[in-house]
Ligand binder design. Structure first.
Ligand code: FE
Ligand code: CA
Length: 439
């Protein structure tokens, strides 16, 4: 783009052919924002699809479809959504997104790792450029990902809720700490570049406009009387990973009572949202695994934990589960990303009773083809009785909330090293309302 302001017209219609345009106007694509535009439309009808497009000069965009939310509290029979994320471009193709584009959904939730900042010269596909540090570097990385036709199709088909994890900025970053020990004031400059590029490239409202390195990511969404979703941000406000990060036995620092992955403000917001929710199902849309998962695959003497997950912040998990129990919050479902594997488990309280269910969604492409059973997963299953299922293929999870039950389908690809991977349902779980039980 030439470094000038470009006027952009937008149109929103009730039909695919734009016969009935219900909103239109002009906005400015500014060089300061990478020529992105963010338009907020009001006055639309609830719970129905709309079609939208943009016109700039002689160029007209493809048509996108977005579904509006139902009225809060209105009676709903069904809410369907996909949880997807972890889409390392170098690790494979996005056939999963082609599948997602064909689903009938209320929304898609992206759990993060939309881009990866690394560079692997032996990838299935190659990142352009080295590891990003500047705003232009991050913009280039998003531009490359967004060239993918399958990813474009998923954006054009659905309304997205987006949250980020680590790789939009730097592997395993935590608040103002990167992974390389960079001084915080300097790492914050990188965060600022990453946050701006994220804002420019994602469907985010003005409420998420970045301020320095900070950007409002966590949000709540109410789908009628059926589903209250809490979309978390477990990166910006967390304490540093304990015990030097990585997969290891817990050291004393992992077990202190002040451990926090949410920060005080987000924790209070989540706890209030859960306790006050009048909806049937309470969704915690979360980035890194909450369940305590002993990662031993051999004869290690002490349990091994992933310090970047809630296992490095176990006091925060205890506070969450105690809160759910004390307030008798029923029908809590957690969906999680980050692991690049499918897991389904009960979230158990201190007395061993199940207080919720956690579905960990695999990855769109990160990790490559994979296989049904990762070596060592049989040991992990045996060491973790709350864990009911694992699978190491790529794909996404399709969730459906109904009054009487919740279902989650794990959809997996046979391969991601070609664009033609085939999707199938690997497993379908049902959680009956009123019981935190997987069947
Ligand atoms: Fe990832
Ligand atoms: Ca991650």
């Amino acid at each position: 783009m030439p470094m000038v302001t470009a006027p952009v017209t937008y149109e929103v219609a009730e039909d695919e052919n734009f016969n009935t345009i219900v909103a239109n106007g002009e906005t400015q694509a500014l060089p300061e924002l990478g020529h992105s535009v963010h338009v907020e439309i009001t006055g639309l009808k609830p719970a129905r699809p709309y079609w939208y497009r943009f016109i700039a000069g002689r160029e007209r965009s493809a048509t996108g479809r977005a579904r509006t939310m139902p009225h809060p509290g209105s009676g709903l029979d069904r809410v369907r959504f996909v949880a997807a994320g972890c889409q390392n471009y170098e690790n494979g193709y996005y056939a999963a997104y082609r599948g997602i584009a064909g689903e009938e959904l209320d929304f898609l939730w992206h759990y993060g790792d939309y881009i990866y900042e690394g560079q692997n010269k032996a990838g299935i596909r190659q990142h352009v450029g080295e590891e990003p540090y500047s705003l232009d570097d991050y913009r280039l990385r998003y531009a490359q990902y967004k060239m993918d036709a399958d990813l474009q199709a998923a954006h054009a088909a659905h309304s997205w809720w987006v949250t980020w994890d680590d790789h939009e900025t730097d592997n395993n970053w935590a608040g103002d700490r990167g992974q390389d020990g960079t001084p915080s004031a300097i790492f914050n400059l990188r965060r600022q570049a990453a946050a701006q590029a994220y804002y420019e490239n994602m469907p985010l409202r003005a409420t998420s406009f970045p301020h320095g390195p900070s950007i409002q990511i966590y949000r709540q969404a109410k789908y009628g009387d059926l589903l209250d979703a809490h979309f978390l941000d477990t990166r910006q406000y967390r304490m540093d990973q304990p015990c030097g990060d990585g997969f290891k036995p817990a050291c004393a620092a992992a077990l202190t009572r002040d451990r926090s992955i949410l920060g005080a403000v987000e924790e209070k917001w989540l706890f209030e949202g859960l306790a006050k929710s009048p909806s049937r199902w309470k969704l915690i849309a979360n980035q890194v695994m909450i369940m305590p998962l002993d990662r031993r695959t051999g004869n290690e003497s002490a349990p091994i934990w992933n310090m970047d997950s809630w296992a490095g912040y176990s006091a925060n998990r205890t506070r969450l589960l105690n809160h759910i129990q004390k307030n008798k919050v029923k029908n809590v479902i957690v969906t999680t990303g980050d692991e690049h594997q499918n897991y389904a488990a009960e979230l158990r309280g201190p007395k061993g009773d199940a207080l919720g269910i956690e579905f960990v969604a695999t990855s769109i492409s990160t990790g490559g083809n994979g296989s049904d059973m990762r070596p060592g997963n049989d040991r992990i299953m045996a060491n973790n009785p709350h864990l009911k299922f694992t699978n190491d293929q790529r794909g996404y999870i399709l969730c459906e909330a109904r009054r009487e039950a919740w279902t989650t389908e794990l959809k997996v690809l046979d391969r991601v090293d070609t664009p033609e991977g085939a999707l199938s349902v690997r497993r379908k779980f049902t959680v009956p309302a009123g019981e935190s039980k997987l069947s």
